[in-house]
Design a protein around this ligand. Sequence first.
Ligand SMILES: C[S@@+](CC[C@H](N)C(=O)[O-])C[C@H]1O[C@@H](n2cnc3c(N)ncnc32)[C@H](O)[C@@H]1O
Length: 257
Amino acid sequence: MNEQIKDQEKFYSVYRGRQGALYHLAYMRTAKVKAVQHMLGLNGISLRGIRILDYGFGTGTLFRACHPSCSIAGVEVDRENVEAVRAMLTARKFNVDDIQQMDVAHWKEHPLLAADRVYDVIVLSHVLEHLDDPVEVLTRLGRNLAITGMIVVLLPLNEKRPDPNHKWVCDAELVERWARSSGLVVADLKEMDHFVQPVQPLLHGESGLRRVVAQGVSLGLGLLQAPFSPATWFRIGGFMKYLGAKPGQLGAVLRKG
Ligand SMILES: C[S@@+](CC[C@H](N)C(=O)[O-])C[C@H]1O[C@@H](n2cnc3c(N)ncnc32)[C@H](O)[C@@H]1O
């Protein structure tokens, strides 16, 4: 098997089995949930009573923040991980019929993207930077968006240690270009999260002591953020710019053009 395919398989399987509550509290996960909630909150929406699709849901942490009144749907690539997320959500009394595996080669034919599927909110959290053709996916997902719906996009910003899995170096101008080419409009755009950028190289420790440090930092920040609303947490983070920190996430809300 060539190295690229092996790396890709490792990337897709990275979330397998990690469904313990402490894992879900780690900042590697909560930072993204907080950022989605922030973008929705700024646009008058909460994770209540909505039809939501999380495209590339990873560990499924975002679903844990959804109120039971939400109708949840999501696709992910690794089958074993999908089963683990379904089990976790079933235990939390969610209907998991629409938590499904997706084969990358056939993503366009996936039943959750069929013409009759409509969502109020579609989330692409740290997904587009992995794709060869983000415009194709955005264009397609735009068809599944309710008239007043929104696509919430999160992307990494100002990465200190470039991730070899990322195909794009993201900024606001790139998001504007993707949206325009997809027939969507950028209704809101925020650079946020000054907590993650200074420690980002630490968070990627994959073995031995580096991994223990990564998990400790991630859990520490995860615990710290818990009592704060998204707006307050990111406002506090803003003060870290005086220490030289830069925003680590870009959030955008895209609507039908
Ligand atoms: C960094 S993870 C983000 C997971 C999760 N959304 C989060 O924020 O933690 C990137 C996700 O993109 C998905 N992905 C990568 N390449 C993809 C592709 N070509 N088509 C669909 N999904 C893809 C993977 O399944 C992976 O879970």
